[in-house]
Ligand binder design. Structure first.
Ligand SMILES: NC(=O)c1ccc[n+]([C@@H]2O[C@H](COP(=O)([O-])OP(=O)(O)OC[C@H]3O[C@@H](n4cnc5c(N)ncnc54)[C@H](O)[C@@H]3O)[C@@H](O)[C@H]2O)c1
Length: 337
């Protein structure tokens, strides 16, 4: 299969490109490198020994996206491209709605024109809002607590409407829980610009000495140690989930379906910190600060639907995730820079 990977130079996209190439698929990456480095492409070629085509493009530009789609002639598209920092979306909501929705609409228009109807969309557990059942099944109501989350709810709604009106589409919505870790070779990984938005890269930067301590937002939640519990999933498990979803779409009877990608296992922030200390051999000092508005006590995926329908389940554990994240961080203290 020939796959156009929109946002394929980014964190989850680059790991998915490795799995696609190793699976025998051909890949074209489309990215404007607004939150990634072109250097990742050489590393992908080195890891896989396979060619990777790259197109530098702003996917909010519909004319350029249509031209790309005509030239690339993919069988399917995986859409990772967009902005993802929750805090930044609160201070700058306009750019979040603009980039995340316009890139999706551009890709849809380009795919429609080129007759490409197979799409995997990066969604997030954030679409379950404040009080979903835990573990959370896919048929829970969707909602959001910040503009980033709303761009995912709205993206899902647009795709649901398109799939309902044009039954030739095959669309998979993948709701990720908390991705972490890196490819085990240490050559690719998460490389946040500025202050990391997620806890694992933050801990990693404390371990390497780029930050002084970890801020733990609240230790009075109704959880065993009082800190928030999350479902951390290794990015390579997530990548394999995309390959499974893509190939499921080719035989899927319905025009749209949705799957959680998580492990179903919960880890508290303090447990994550302890695992990272064990993996890195470095101390991770921390300070407890106030709860963050919008944070929930526990977030866990119900994973049975993905297991049953995609034949996929997460294989890697917490320690492996921390060891792989540390290998990437220690071999690349300043990321791709
Ligand atoms: N990382 C997470 O914790 C997480 C959790 C749930 C969902 N997601 C979603 O998964 C997707 C990928 O996340 P990630 O962590 O790999 O993010 P990332 O920022 O590393 O990757 C996104 C890529 O999209 C590119 N991009 C952004 N705007 C673009 C545009 N207009 N045109 C072309 N390229 C553009 C960026 O340069 C980057 O390479 C995102 O849609 C994100 O919302 C991420």
């Amino acid at each position: 299969m020939r796959v156009l990977v929109a946002g394929g130079a980014g964190y989850i996209g680059s790991h998915t490109v490795v799995r696609l190439l190793q699976h025998g698929d051909d890949v074209v990456i489309a990215d404007n490198f607004s939150n990634s480095s072109p250097l990742v492409v050489d590393r992908l070629r080195r890891i896989t020994g396979r060619p990777v085509k790259v197109e530098e493009i702003d996917l909010t530009d519909t004319a350029d996206t249509k031209a790309l789609m005509r030239n690339a002639k993919p069988d399917a598209v995986i859409h990772f491209a967009g902005l993802k920092a929750v805090g930044e979306s609160v201070t700058n909501p306009g750019s979040y709605y603009s980039v995340n929705l316009r890139s999706t609409l551009s890709l849809l228009a380009a795919m429609q024109e080129a007759g490409v109807y197979c799409l995997v969309f990066s969604s997030s557990a954030t679409v379950y809002g404040m009080n979903p059942p835990v573990p959370t099944p896919e048929d829970s109501p969707t909602s959001a607590t910040n503009p980033y989350g709303w761009t995912k709810v709205m993206g899902e709604q647009i795709l649901t409407d398109i799939a309902a009106s044009h039954p030739q589409w095959r669309i998979g919505l993948l709701r990720y829980f908390n991705p972490g870790g890196a490819h085990p070779c240490g050559a690719i990984g998460e490389d946040p610009l500025g202050v990391p938005n997620n806890v694992l890269p933050y801990i990693s930067q404390v371990a390497i000495g780029r930050r002084d301590y970890l801020s733990v937002f609240g230790d009075d939640y109704d959880t065993p140690d009082g800190t928030g519990v999350r479902d951390f999933i290794h990015v390579d498990d997530l990548a394999e989930g995309h390959v499974a979803a893509l190939h499921r779409l080719t035989t899927m009877p319905r025009s749209l379906d949705v799957w959680n990608l998580g492990t179903g296992r919960g880890t508290s922030v303090l447990e994550l910190r302890a695992a990272f200390e064990a993996a890195s051999g470095r101390p991770i000092p921390y300070r407890v600060t106030a709860r963050r508005p919008g944070d929930v006590a526990r977030s866990l995926a119900l994973v049975t639907k993905a297991e049953r329908e995609l034949g996929w389940r997460a294989q890697r554990g917490l320690l492996e995730m921390c060891q792989d994240a540390w290998r990437w961080q220690s071999q690349n203290p300043d990321g791709y820079r």
